[in-house]
Ligand binder design. Structure first.
Ligand code: OAD
Length: 245
């Protein structure tokens, strides 16, 4: 059972810290979470907006949703939680690995330089046809139903987001970092979406001694049993204290 904690994280010179973040870390910056009161999936149906089938059925509706999310995210600023993580990364260098399920760029805006976006990036688009060979490109635009983007190859352009039913991005790098880490910290994720919900278990696998697995958030996640420590509170309150070293 996870112990309630509020002490700073004690990091040994040999420690590698894997940080997994979810929608909760950006909530205090004004980006809505997915689940819970006022969560996005309370108002919208996942299968109508965040699946490849939804894009096939109604690309204009899907683009309207992601254009709206771009509009919201453009005005958001990183909060004290993002800043605490960026400072930890600046201080400890490659010993801190930040992997986010979030598609916003608030970690980077806070100064973090090596953030892995496993669910893609809100401000990138790509050709929907993988075989086209073109790379995802930076894209801040909001698209109207009568002017949807298309690729030079003639296929449709879609948000560079990992939708339900698709394989998360950069999973080889993520698994390597999980194998390497000696401390696992998860912030603001409800622990219901795989594979991220199992990362705390993967981090433990194959290691001879039990590693610390820390959860930070105002509510218990669904996978609380995987954590040794539970820091109850908002990211902006807990992270600056947790990473005060
Ligand atoms: P959820 O919306 O499922 O969970 C957000 C979590 O953040 C909840 O557990 C809240 O308790 C917590 N939270 C709220 N405010 C917080 C704060 N100020 N500080 C810290 N925590 C706070 O979001 P995720 O778990 O990130 O995927 O969702 C995972 C994936 O499901 C998303 O990446 C998205 C979604 O469907 C795709 O779109 C593919």
């Amino acid at each position: 059972m996870a112990a309630q904690s509020n002490a700073p994280l004690l990091v040994a010179p040999s420690d590698n810290i894997f940080v997994l973040t979810g929608a909760g870390i950006s909530a205090e910056s004004g980006i809505p979470t997915f689940r819970g009161v006022n969560g996005l999936w309370e108002k919208y149906r996942i299968e109508e907006l965040a699946t490849p089938e939804a894009f096939d059925r109604d690309p204009a509706l899907v683009w309207r949703f992601y254009s709206w999310r771009r509009r919201v995210a453009k005005w958001c600023q990183p909060n004290a939680g993002h800043i605490a993580l960026a400072e930890a990364e600046n201080q400890l260098g490659e010993r801190v690995f930040i992997c986010t399920q979030n598609v916003d760029s608030l970690h980077e805006q806070a100064g973090a330089t090596r953030v892995l976006h496993m669910h893609g990036k809100l401000f990138e688009s790509r050709c929907e046809r993988r075989a086209c060979g073109t790379q995802p490109f930076a894209d801040q635009k909001e698209y109207e139903p009568d002017a949807l983007p298309s690729c030079e190859c003639g296929s449709r352009v879609r948000p560079n987001i990992c939708w339900f039913g698709e394989v998360p991005h950069h999973m080889d790098t993520v698994m390597q970092a999980l194998r390497r880490c000696s401390v696992f910290v998860s912030v603001g994720t409800s622990g219901v979406v795989e594979p991220a919900a199992s990362f705390a278990a993967f981090a433990q696998q194959g290691k001879s001694r039990k590693i610390r697995t820390v959860y930070v958030g105002p509510e218990e996640p669904a996978n609380l049993h995987l954590f040794t420590d539970f820091y109850s509170g908002k990211a902006t309150e807990v992270l600056p204290k947790l990473f005060a070293f």
